[in-house]
Design a protein around this ligand. Structure first.
Ligand code: ASP
Ligand code: MG
Length: 405
């Protein structure tokens, strides 16, 4: 008898028919004698729609209220899933994040899980119930409702699998697993049987929207091996686990395109110690994640000045712009140029550590397509470039063809 955590994403619970299918699958595992904890997302589109409504009222709504609002999405799904199990004669109970014992810090809309006390879940499992937990949400010790950042239901599932010491953690989604690239953009993309945490992490954080990256980090930290697979069929998915020797033989695992970033350029920033620190400290304090940063060589006469460009998540652009404007007096820079029309194209593979010429080959293929490179960043297992959004998909196909066929 195994303890299984199964997470179903928004499309997998997108309508009552799909929820009934989820219930059938869960019932199947339970019939084999397994204890099942189900984590569900909001029905697809629901979270986006709630955000849209709030922003129609006010562009920057209060974040505490956003959490109260967004938590309703998952709460709808847990109840419907429990009802669908009842309809099959399976005992099931839904729990909100708070009821499931998920305690977070108080950073609204991006809360971090601090601890999980799964006492209630264990009790219910022992009583023969299927337990359905609302993903993406928790509660502070003061009892405030919090959410874990977009895509946070994955984190709920992984964190619960760790806290419950689950034998198996399955992340059900609308694709068959992790692919070498998004098959909707690159038709020759292939499903991977396995991938390392680090590769998955890079792909996730790079916008291959299979999973939220924080949840993969969490899985790595706690050694939670999980499977990403489809809720629409019975095909085996992709196993995500610690890197093995055999993984290094392959140069590239995948190519991804992140269309969810925006770029901000500060022109003529005084080139002296402490300025970059001041800017990025302020942005960090506003809880805005900065990804790439590029500083150009100082040019012009007079006080040395430099241009600093950086990227943030698109939804944080407005917030980042406000933080920057608030620093104008103190720091003294020129124009601020923002662009949402960028795409970040990345290639990822642990094999890069032991193969040479990878960057050259990538850039050569971009040049051949007439794609200009705007920013570059690298890590041990990744090379990313910022390109014009309009050329992003073309660039992705070319790079995939060059490395992965
Ligand atoms: N419903 C939330 C979102 O859309 C959380 C999730 O789906 O994982 O971001
Ligand atoms: Mg989702």
């Amino acid at each position: 008898m195994a303890l299984i955590v199964q997470k179903f994403g928004g499309t997998s619970v997108g309508n009552p028919e799909r929820i009934k299918n989820v219930a059938k699958r869960v019932a199947g595992y339970r019939a084999k004698g397994d204890k099942v904890v189900v984590v569900v997302s909001a029905m697809s589109g629901v979270t986006d729609n709630l955000i849209k409504m709030a922003k129609e009222i006010m562009p920057l709504p209060n974040e505490r209220e956003m959490d109260v609002l967004l938590a309703t999405g998952e709460q709808t799904t847990i109840a419907l899933t429990a009802i669908a199990l009842h309809a099959l004669g399976v005992p099931a109970v839904s729990l909100t994040g708070a009821q499931a014992g998920i305690v977070t810090d108080g950073v609204h809309t991006k809360a971090k899980i601090q601890n999980i006390t799964p006492r209630k879940i264990h009790e219910l499992l022992d009583a023969g119930q299927v337990v359905i937990v609302a993903g993406f949400q928790g509660q502070t010790i003061e009892g405030q409702v919090t959410t874990l950042g977009r895509g946070g239901s994955d984190l709920t599932a992984i964190a619960l699998a760790a806290a419950l010491k689950a034998d198996l953690c399955q992340i059900y989604t609308d694709v068959d697993g992790v692919y070498t690239a998004d098959p909707r953009i690159v038709p020759t993309a292939r499903k991977l049987d396995e991938i390392s945490y680090d590769e998955m992490l890079e792909l996730a954080s790079l916008g291959a929207k299979v999973m939220q990256s924080r949840s993969v980090e969490f899985a790595k930290k706690f050694g939670v091996i999980f499977e990403v697979r489809s809720s629409l069929n019975d095909n085996p998915g992709t196993i995500v686990k610690e890197e093995t020797k055999s993984m290094e033989g392959i140069v590239l695992r995948g190519v991804s395109l992140d269309k969810n970033q925006a770029k901000i350029t500060l022109v003529a920033v005084p080139d002296k110690p402490g300025v970059a620190a001041r800017i990025f400290k302020a942005i960090g304090d506003a809880n805005v994640n900065v990804d790439m940063i590029v500083q150009n060589i100082s040019h012009g006469s007079g006080t040395p000045a430099t241009d600093i460009s950086f990227t943030v998540d698109k939804p944080d652009l407005l917030k980042a712009q406000k933080v920057i404007e608030a620093l104008r007096q103190e720091v003294g820079f020129g124009k601020v140029i923002s662009s949402e029309n960028i795409g970040k194209l990345s290639i990822v593979g642990v094999g890069m550590k032991s193969h040479t010429g990878v960057a050259g080959k990538m850039f050569e293929n971009l040049a051949r397509e007439g794609v200009n490179i705007d920013m570059i960043s690298t890590s041990e297992i990744k090379i990313s470039v910022v390109v014009d959004l309009a050329k992003g998909e073309q660039a992705m196909k070319a790079v995939h063809a060059a490395f992965l066929g």
